[in-house]
Ligand binder design. Structure first.
Ligand SMILES: O=P(O)(O)OC[C@H]1O[C@](O)(CO)[C@@H](O)[C@@H]1O
Length: 548
């Protein structure tokens, strides 16, 4: 396996970066009146404006060469045909199949038409969702269900939670959906306080049905149910599961027909499109869930078929590599100007950092470049009064994705126009900045003395030339939200392909889990801890002292 630094285009990009160092984005706009038009592309209800990047035609052409040389054409083919591209776990990577089942008849993987399994599961979900909303599903005392609590963590929690929140305007009124993830008892305790055990159904989402946090919370929910009038025999009326471990779910007390399957070809952080998305389907209805899948499928088809020069995930992925590896950008920010999308950066953070936070090439050799950046962000305009200061004047380069709908679900007063104006002004300010001369003039115009001008003006200088993408859509709908998340999934894959890493395993999280069990055992016993490091010993002692 080659290191990305061995690619011919990598070296060309390094040279080209030197040329681009002296060129300001502002001048690229001045030199080419058609720049915005040229650097705008569309797919699946989204428009990407990537004109405000430190890139000219040569940059983009080299980046296209880079993805080609890195073998993206083949890795895309591999993904869509079910090849075992997750090489360390010897698995296919088929979240794309979860959203293809309505548009495509078959996708044969290892001798099985996986789309048939997907369709059967969707039918099972349809039935469950309909029974809950129609009132046909009754709790153990004969009452209809008013609340569903999804218990899971990681990919079995965050994606569905973020999408359910993004689709708030589409939520059904009759059933409230809640999410619990943390092993911190405050999470589930706070939720249970609001609930009536007679009218609550718990959906336990765990691919393995072996995750500590999820099982602890599931057991707490079961204990609460049993101690509030429920019986062992009625557990099946109040608990369902999404898992590939049917045996364990049955042992918990679930009825087989209320266990929704998962497959090893769906990675946790890519699983919201499977039955892991059941809480979303309950919250917004099955029709909207199908639209979500369809939006994602449209983005899949764009990614699979569009020329790289017009391909949103490819352009965004390659530009990301340009900044990470050739401009030393350590982080990448996502700033949605949409209240309902405010938690999206956290989902993309999980998606991208669990996928590309890797230091080994596919063959196990160490990678010689930086890989996945720190993904972060939050809602605009709130962030403008917090971390945007660093974006504009800090010493670090932070490429930003601005994400905004053209129309609001809540068009009151001038709110949406103000919101949109702020979104545009941020990307503009990042690019154009403010020169010393402008700062001085501004101060003089405001009546400052010569001394004041000299003292204050340097602090007002904003260097500018900071890159951003802007993603626009008409409105946040199930389809456009689906397409947006699929766009980021594929962007992550594009970057993983360029670096030559496996974006679909997550071995790094295992050590912490093993040590967590070991330390838990030490906290609840009189074990000899002298072999541990002094810091951990002292911290264990502090905990034990507090419990005594
Ligand atoms: O669905 P499960 O098996 O409970 O796993 C939860 C999460 O834990 C992880 O394995 C990482 O700890 C994620 O990849 C996964 O989404």
């Amino acid at each position: 396996m080659r290191s990305p630094t061995e690619l011919t285009t990598w070296k060309k990009l390094a040279d080209h970066q030197q040329e681009m160092n002296s060129i300001e984005m502002k001048s690229l706009f001045e030199a080419d009146p058609k720049r915005a038009e040229k650097y705008t592309t569309h797919a699946a209800g989204w428009t990407l404006d990537y004109a405000k990047n430190r890139a000219n035609e040569k940059t983009l052409s080299l980046l296209t060469d880079l993805v080609k040389e890195a073998g993206l054409e083949d890795t895309i083919k591999g993904m869509f045909s079910g090849a075992h591209i997750n090489n360390t776990e010897d698995r296919s990577v088929l979240h794309i199949a979860l959203r293809a089942s309505q548009a495509q008849e078959s996708l044969m993987v290892d001798g099985v038409n996986v789309l048939e399994e997907v369709r059967a599961t969707l039918k099972q979900m349809e039935k469950f969702v309909a029974q809950l909303h129609s009132g046909e599903w009754k709790g153990h005392t004969g009452k209809t269900i008013t609340d569903v609590v999804s218990i899971g963590i990681g990919g079995s929690y965050l994606g569905p939670k973020v999408v359910a929140e993004a689709l708030t305007p589409y939520k059904k009124d009759d059933i409230k959906v809640h999410f619990v993830a943390n092993i911190d008892g405050s999470d589930i305790t706070g939720k249970l306080k609001q609930l009536n055990p007679e009218t609550t159904v718990f959906v336990i989402s765990s691919k393995t049905f072996g995750t500590l946090e999820t099982l602890s919370n599931a057991n707490a929910a079961r204990d609460w149910f049993l101690s509030h009038g429920g019986s062992e025999a009625s557990v099946s009326k109040h608990f369902a599961a999404v898992s590939s471990n049917v045996k364990k779910a049955v042992a918990f007390g679930m009825a087989k027909e209320n266990i929704f399957p998962m497959w090893d070809w769906v990675g946790g952080r890519y699983s919201l499109w499977s039955a892991i998305g059941l809480p979303v389907a309950i919250a917004v209805g099955m029709d909207n869930f199908y639209e979500l899948l369809d939006g994602a499928h449209q983005m899949d088809e764009h990614f699979r078929t569009a020329p790289f020069e017009e391909n949103l995930p490819v352009i965004m992925g390659a530009l990301g590599v340009w900044y990470i590896n050739f401009h030393n950008a350590q982080t990448h920010a996502l700033i949605p100007y949409d209240h309902y999308l405010r938690a999206m950066p956290a989902h993309i953070q999980q998606l991208d950092m669990e996928s590309n936070g890797k230091a080994n090439l596919l063959n196990g050799d160490g990678v010689e470049t930086d890989t996945g950046p720190i993904i972060w962000g939050g809602a605009g305009t709130n962030g403008q009064h917090a971390y945007h200061q660093l974006l504009h004047q800090g010493t670090r380069l932070v490429p930003v994705d601005f994400i905004a709908p053209l129309a609001s679900h809540n068009p009151i007063g001038e709110h949406h126009t103000q919101l949109f104006a702020n979104c545009l002004s941020q990307s503009q300010a990042l690019m154009v900045g403010k020169t010393l001369e402008q700062a001085e003039q501004e101060l003089r115009d405001a009546g400052a003395t010569t001394d004041q001008v000299a003292k204050i003006a340097p602090h007002k200088v904003i260097k500018g030339n900071r890159p951003s993408n802007t993603l626009l859509t008409d409105k946040m709908t199930p389809a456009t939200v689906g397409a947006l998340i699929a766009l980021y999934e594929h962007r992550t894959f594009v970057q993983g392909t360029i670096w030559g890493i496996n974006s679909f395993d997550q071995w790094g999280v295992e050590l912490g889990k093993v040590l967590g069990t070991d330390i838990f055992n030490r906290l609840v016993s009189d074990s000899d801890n002298s072999a541990l490091d002094a810091s951990t010993q002292a911290l264990i002692k502090a905990f034990k002292k507090a419990q005594a």
